[in-house]
Ligand binder design. Structure first.
Ligand SMILES: C[S@@+](CC[C@H](N)C(=O)[O-])C[C@H]1O[C@@H](n2cnc3c(N)ncnc32)[C@H](O)[C@@H]1O
Length: 316
């Protein structure tokens, strides 16, 4: 008589787990890298610096080329990657910023080297990311029409499993000055698992709850970052914290390691630290890393303050 009751219990537990597939506790193995790490693949050690290291709450910023750094890092060590790579837009065109016509010049890192070379670069960094992802890890990559097809193709060439294409709609997008095209007001964020066998983490019930009890769709309306998010300095292509918060909540759990290979001002890190995830950010440019440090220290302090208040409320 006891057996059927036991079976019932098992069924209920497993159906709950199925709703958040793949979000079981992390396998051990940390992303490990130091200036002394032996180079992966050959014996030449490539230079980079640990720019900022704060073990509590686990923030690490590395200055250097992300491909070289990732190729020296430990394999299968990262739970989730968000990559906001160069879109190769800074080629002398014009755009509208704060109501004014300005030239699109984000920096040397954003200059196009031509379709073939750009695709080679995309293949190289996506391959380096795939190597460090854990077997069930996932990657999100943002882009516009300038790179997103190359990214999708490269993902297929490398054997990633494409899970979703999120359409990020920006209601406050600037107007098109030439009046010869529709106003650009969306970006795509591709979501992919390491390979076809991956059992990726998807926090389905939470996404449904955040969408007033209805299944969340792949069109997300989120405003471009407001001035409060730029108070420590501006990055020319800064992403909104709200976008990163949703991506991290959808695909990771507390304690997971989140990596951003093109971190800029570390929007990914601000969201990750606020949500009790570990963070590693990589960028070439010191000016952006300086902004990153200020934003991350504020996020860490806010988290501390919240814990302190929670402790007081609980009478600790
Ligand atoms: C599109 S921006 C990222 C902005 C970021 N998501 C934010 O919210 O601030 C791309 C960043 O990648 C950096 N970058 C470009 N090529 C790189 C490379 N090979 N390795 C590391 N960083 C690189 C640039 O310095 C730039 O800050």
């Amino acid at each position: 008589m006891k057996k059927p009751a036991n079976n019932k219990k098992k069924k209920k537990t497993s159906s709950l787990l199925n709703k958040s597939r793949g979000c079981s506790p992390s396998e051990p193995g940390e992303f490990y890298i130091s200036e002394a790490t032996v180079s992966y693949g050959n014996n030449v050690k490539k230079p980079f610096t640990v720019y900022y290291d704060n073990p509590e709450p686990s923030i690490r910023l590395l200055k250097g080329d992300c491909i070289e750094i990732l190729n020296q890092a430990r394999e299968n060590s990262v739970d989730m990657i968000f990559a906001d790579p160069p879109y190769f837009l800074s080629n002398g065109g014009i755009t509208c910023h704060a109501g004014k016509m300005v030239s699109v010049n984000k920096g040397a890192w954003d200059k196009s080297k031509g379709v073939i070379e750009n695709h080679k670069f995309i293949l190289e960094w996506l391959k380096a990311c795939q190597r460090v992802l854990k077997p069930n890890g996932t990657i999100w990559v943002s882009g516009t029409t300038h790179i997103i097809y190359s990214i999708g193709f490269a993902m297929q060439e490398l054997g990633y499993k494409i899970l979703n294409d999120i359409v990020w709609y920006k209601r406050n997008a600037p107007p098109n000055l030439s009046c010869r095209y529709f106003t650009h007001s969306t970006e795509i964020v591709l979501w992919a698992a390491k390979n076809q066998k991956s059992k990726h983490c998807f926090n389905y019930p939470l996404m449904k709850e955040m969408n007033q009890g209805k299944q969340m769709r792949n069109v997300w309306e989120i405003s471009a970052p407001q001035s409060e998010e730029k108070k420590f300095g501006k990055h020319p292509t800064q992403k909104p914290v709200d976008l990163l918060t949703r991506l991290i909540l959808a695909s990771t759990k507390e304690g997971d390691l989140v990596l951003d290979p093109f971190c800029g001002s570390s929007t990914t890190g601000v969201a990750a630290i606020s949500l009790n995830r570990k963070y590693v950010g990589i960028d070439l440019e010191e000016d952006y890393l300086k902004v990153s440090v200020k934003r991350l220290e504020e996020a860490a302090a806010n988290k501390e303050a919240k814990l302190f208040i929670a402790g007081k409320v609980a009478g600790l």
